[in-house]
Design a protein around this ligand. Structure first.
Ligand SMILES: [Zn+2]
Length: 761
């Protein structure tokens, strides 16, 4: 054996050895119990972050432990398409070449992003390998593989058949300038100065409030008053509550307005009375839904005001705003204007244009019939959440869950299999690239007078169907005169079916054997978005929850205790630690830093300690080999027949090993990983190395002591293997040079400490 353990030399060699041994490959074996884990798919075009490392460390630990215990194990790898995020990254690349997504039709854009992702995803796959993950690569799944698309669209069809799909209005971030919607992620919030106009809203019926015949409402968007029907106050604002019995007049249209109370109203803003514009403000939209208010749009999708704005119809927002202020001034309804008002404005990331929150029809799923059984299985303890205190969050989320808008206005995702007959739906709004590469927008009825349907379909960028549009759900194009929906599914809609798509639902052999899976391990922050959805879909489609246990790990914070973020400059890159200290030290260091699912600071000291530990156990093996060589004797294989020759310290260390095995098993059964790793660490370092090893140097019956030592050491290596797979396997390979059975598939130490053929080869 070399003097020192060199992780850089061993890690890739050992990984190849495992792969070649076939140890990762899952086998349907009816004589064995299955044990299954799904790797939560990282972003295919992203890089591994420290949270991914923790996740892989924990899952690999569980799967290796169960594999050694004789289960038929399956750990499925895969990557996510990460809809919006990936499209943004890709568009950034486009901009470097002076292009944008608007230069492509939908299909070409999809194809280009596909190529980009495939080119990049080897990086994350390599990183998963570097971590030592014993996943079955034959089962690799990408979220946009055909097999996934088929299952996901079939589920949508079933939901539709079961009358759980509908279309309804939903508020999106719309940029009239770019002519498209943006995800929340794509919206930037900037500070800006804008005039804050204090508008008088006349009180009806000659009533007065504090001696005045009007109330004042401050707004940066006076043009939206055209569609306002309600004012609002905060119920805690005692002075203003008498306004609740008043009626008001719309300062622009003269129409009657009412006032409501809602806690969302910021008493500190303006005068404490606010106006509600449900069609163009996210908060107002929520309030309107809650109070059943009418939702009236003011804007067309080209960013111009519609007929609701009377004489201002056809004007762009900015012009209309100035003109509205003039109209109000003429009516004597402007109290004052604060020209220096500083506020936060949402703009699109692409061109910095003002975002117009707009109502667009979206696809929804009725969640009640899906969420009830998913909630029940946790309530009844059929699915257990570890740590238990996280359960509260689940119950709250399930209680509060509303119908789910599942459509997204991006290309990079699974396209919704809905089709519109263009003759039946003449008012479909279309944007497409013509043969001349011009962007053409209009209703399909009008466009078809000038362009062929084939040209429109080929250059199609977006299609907007009004709420009442007639559609067909179908995987194939249902007829000549149809156009497909351009929206894609929310990524959680497809990843929510991950247990089904990765295992080959409904009739593959793997699915029948390995489903339901055993434990779903992930960060607690995606419990509501992901875990709940997997439970919903799993039960809806199979009648069985997709996993028995849910283990939620805490977030790894920066060393300074803050959340890691690029802007704070405290992001820890796994690569640096992998290179310096090795995968084992990083893995087990993180694991031993966890505090039963609580968030924790990056445990650099633990990583260093375990790097030293790797060297320590390496040296123990060298020392053992050396002593065996020096003794020049045949060291008997440890067995019960040696019992009569044992000294007290021998019996003690054997007992102690028994206790350690028991404790490690118990801790792992309860998902107490830090406790388990520390138990082995202290046993090997303190009891075996510092005490027992020291004591045998002076013994006359060295062959007995060495026999015991070898027995204890090899069992300890096995216990440590799931935590530190590389160094333990490297040692194993050094000890058993001719062994055809690597440590990864050796059997887990049993409690009787009986001689094990495999150890004593
Ligand atoms: Zn824009």
């Amino acid at each position: 054996m070399e003097k020192r353990y060199d992780h850089q030399k061993w890690e890739s060699k050992i990984y190849s050895l495992w792969e070649e041994s076939g140890a990762f490959k899952a086998k349907v074996d009816k004589s064995k119990k299955p044990y299954t884990i799904l790797l939560p798919p990282p972003n295919a075009s992203g890089k591994m972050h420290i949270g991914n490392v923790l996740m892989i460390a924990i899952e690999d630990l569980l799967i290796r432990w169960k594999r050694m215990q004789g289960f038929s194990t399956l750990w499925t790898p895969g990557t996510d398409h990460a809809g919006f995020e990936t499209q943004i990254t890709f568009e950034r690349e486009l901009r470097k070449n002076g292009k944008s997504r608007m230069d492509f039709d939908r299909q070409s854009l999809y194809k280009n992003i596909w190529d980009f992702v495939i080119e990049n995803r080897e990086l994350i796959n390599d990183q998963i390998k570097q971590m030592g993950a014993s996943v079955d690569w034959d089962k690799y799944t990408f979220m946009l593989d055909n097999k996934v698309i088929k299952i996901v669209t079939d589920t949508f069809k079933k939901l539709h058949k079961d009358k759980l799909v509908y279309r309804d209005d939903y508020m999106v971030n719309y940029c009239p300038n770019c002519g498209t919607t943006f995800a929340d992620l794509e919206v930037k919030h900037i500070k800006r100065k804008d005039p804050l106009v204090y508008v008088k809203f006349p009180i009806s019926d000659n009533k007065k409030f504090k001696g005045k015949d009007h109330v004042v409402v401050a707004t940066v968007r006076p043009e939206t008053i055209f569609v306002d029907t309600h004012l609002a106050i905060n119920p805690k604002d005692k002075h203003k509550r008498q306004l609740l019995s008043f009626k008001f007049q719309n300062p622009l249209t003269g129409k009657k307005m009412e006032i409501i109370e809602d806690e969302f109203v910021d008493m500190e803003f303006g005068t404490g009375v606010v106006k509600i514009t449900p069609a163009h403000d996210k908060n107002d939209f929520e309030v309107a839904k809650k109070h059943g208010l009418k939702i009236i749009s003011l804007l067309n999708l080209d960013g111009r005001l519609n007929e609701k704005s009377e004489d201002l119809e056809g004007q762009k927002v900015i012009n209309a705003r100035e003109k509205t202020i003039d109209i109000l001034k003429q009516k004597g309804l402007v109290e004052k204007i604060d020209e220096d008002y500083q506020h936060t404005v949402s703009v699109c990331y692409k061109g910095g244009h003002d975002i117009e929150p707009t109502i667009l029809p979206n696809w929804f799923i009725k969640v009640d019939p899906l969420k009830k059984p998913a909630h029940e299985v946790v309530k009844k303890g059929q699915v257990k959440i570890y740590p238990k205190w996280q359960e509260k969050k689940y119950h709250k989320w399930m209680k509060d869950m509303h119908d789910w808008p599942i459509s997204r206005q991006v290309v990079w995702g699974i396209r919704i299999p809905a089709w519109y007959d263009v003759d039946e739906n003449k008012n479909l709004k279309i944007t497409f690239l013509s043969k001349q590469k011009e962007t053409i927008t209009g209703t399909v009825g009008n466009l078809l007078k000038e362009y062929s349907l084939a040209e429109i379909e080929k250059g199609l960028q977006t299609l907007l169907a009004p709420k009442g549009a007639v559609y067909k759900i179908s995987t194939e194009k249902p007829g000549e005169r149809y156009l497909q929906e351009t929206d894609t599914f929310d990524t959680w809609f497809s990843s929510g079916q991950w247990p089904l798509t990765t295992l080959g639902y409904p009739d593959s052999k793997d699915f029948q054997y390995f489903y339901p899976t055993d434990v779903l391990e992930t960060g607690w922050e995606i419990l509501p978005f992901w875990v709940s959805r997997m439970l919903m879909f799993g039960i809806y489609l199979t009648g069985k929850a997709p996993f028995k246990d849910i283990y939620l790990h805490g977030l790894v914070r920066a060393m300074d205790g803050r959340k890691m973020s690029k802007s704070l400059g405290n992001v820890i890159s796994p690569d640096e630690y992998l290179e310096k200290y090795g995968a084992d030290a990083l893995r087990v260091g993180l694991i031993s830093g966890t505090a039963n699912g609580k968030d924790f600071n990056f445990p650099k000291d633990k990583i260093l300690a375990y790097r030293n530990f790797a060297n320590k156990i390496w040296n123990m093996a060298r020392f053992m080999n050396l002593m065996i060589e020096e003794s020049n004797k045949n060291i008997p294989i440890y067995s019960k027949t040696l019992e009569s020759k044992l000294k007290k310290q021998d019996k003690d260390i054997i007992m102690s090993l028994e206790k350690t095995i028991k404790k490690v098993n118990n801790s792992l059964e309860k998902y107490r990983f830090a406790e388990a790793s520390e138990t082995i660490y202290h046993f090997m370092w303190d009891e075996l190395a510092s005490n027992y090893l020291e004591s045998i140097k002076d013994r006359n019956d060295k062959e007995i002591a060495l026999s015991i030592f070898r027995h204890i050491y090899l069992n300890s290596l096995k216990l440590l293997h799931p935590f530190m797979p590389f160094v333990t396997e490297a040692i194993w390979q050094n000890i058993f040079k001719s062994s055809d059975k690597p440590l990864i598939i050796s059997s887990w130490p049993s409690l009787q400490t009986l001689p094990n053929k495999n150890i004593n080869k």
